[in-house]
Design a protein around this ligand. Structure first.
Ligand code: ZN
Length: 190
């Protein structure tokens, strides 16, 4: 798969259109800033904030998704996605769970670990920073089985194979969940 790093894709200045839009410091890894030598326009390559949500229906029974589209089509994932500009992380978590799974969430709790990922989509790589929430669902009867982007699955902890998870950050979240580093107390049906 192509890397699609910003410095390889954004080679024309978005402001004046001339070629020569280049890393300000080529020794940085990853590149953090691109700069136009003609007009002075600059662009920071920031982390894109996203949310990942852990929801258990019962203790040890985790809601996961299977990705129906690229990137990482066919692999296991967790509900979540990018935080919109101006949106709070907790609102993004509730929105993504509803959009992907049809569930209304309650008792959202932000966990004290964050995870990095590279998300390659539409010809560009985004450096994501994933915030993890745990929550419960208002009504499991509202769980949708298959949608446009993902299908949903309930998997018992013992049957989850982290190597079936496509995204590195989500794989690490699942590993931390399986090994008890993300606290699941208070989860499940109430
Ligand atoms: Zn320029």
């Amino acid at each position: 798969m192509k890397s699609w790093y910003p410095e390889d894709v954004l080679t024309f200045c978005p402001s004046c259109g001339t070629r020569g839009f280049e890393p300000s410091d080529r020794t940085q890894q990853p590149i953090m800033h691109l700069h136009c030598s003609s007009c002075g326009f600059g662009l920071f390559i920031n982390a894109a904030a996203s949310v990942v949500v852990l929801i258990e229906k019962q203790p040890g029974l985790l809601l996961m998704t299977r990705r129906l589209k690229e990137p990482e089509q066919g692999t296991l994932d967790l509900p979540g996605g990018f935080i919109d500009p101006g949106e709070r992380a907790e609102d993004a978590a509730a929105r993504e769970v509803f959009e992907e799974c049809g569930l209304r969430v309650r008792d959202l709790k932000l966990q004290n670990r964050t995870y990095c990922n590279q998300y390659r989509y539409g010809g560009l790589t985004y450096y994501t920073l994933d915030l993890v929430f745990t929550c419960s669902a208002e009504n499991w009867d509202e769980l949708s089985e298959d949608g446009n982007e993902v299908e949903t699955l309930l998997i018992q902890k013992e049957h989850i194979n982290p190597s079936d998870v496509g995204f590195v950050s989500v794989r690490n979240i699942v590993l931390d969940y399986l090994q008890g580093r993300i606290f699941t107390c208070g989860l499940g049906e109430t």
